[in-house]
Design a binder for this molecule. Structure first.
Ligand SMILES: [Zn+2]
Length: 152
């Protein structure tokens, strides 16, 4: 993306701006449409390779272990652990300002799949390896999304 209002001026240092950006409204693609259909039903679905028994990220179109493209959607446990996280105090967009501070991060599901997601402090604070459970909430942009709530 170019930003004509702030051209790169290498002699005086580069002025860094976020510029115009996309807010992340999800748009189901052919490989993720079944995942999002599951979200509408408040079910967390992952891809599963029947050939090798691997659980795969919803965006996968081929199993990385056996190369099979015969992937099916299966309901995941919805349980996992916090793999990494960041507490956002300065929202990247005015749309998120009222929610700050909020937590985003990566959850490792029991099935071994990692998902980038919103993490909600529940009965315990967000910490690495804290157990989490999926929930479905309408967030700032008005979309129903899977989030993970820290369990005790
Ligand atoms: Zn496989």
């Amino acid at each position: 993306m170019s930003n004509a209002a702030t051209p790169a001026d290498w002699a005086n240092g580069l002025h860094l701006t976020a510029g115009p950006y996309f807010l992340g409204l999800y748009q189901p693609s052919p490989e993720t449409k079944d995942f999002w259909a599951g979200v509408e039903l408040r079910e967390l679905l992952l891809k599963f390779c029947a050939e090798s028994g691997n659980w795969l990220h919803p965006k996968r179109i081929v199993c990385p272990d056996c190369g099979s493209d015969k992937l099916e959607m299966r309901r995941a446990s919805g349980r996992g652990k916090v793999y990494s996280f960041s507490e956002v105090h300065r929202a990247a967009s005015p749309a998120f300002a009222k929610s700050a501070p909020y937590v985003i991060g990566v959850v490792r599901l029991e099935e071994g799949v990692h998902l980038f997601t919103r993490i909600i402090p529940g009965s315990a604070p967000v910490k690495i390896d804290a157990p989490v459970q999926v929930d479905f909430r309408v967030l700032e942009l008005g979309q129903l999304l899977p989030v993970f709530v820290v369990a005790a």
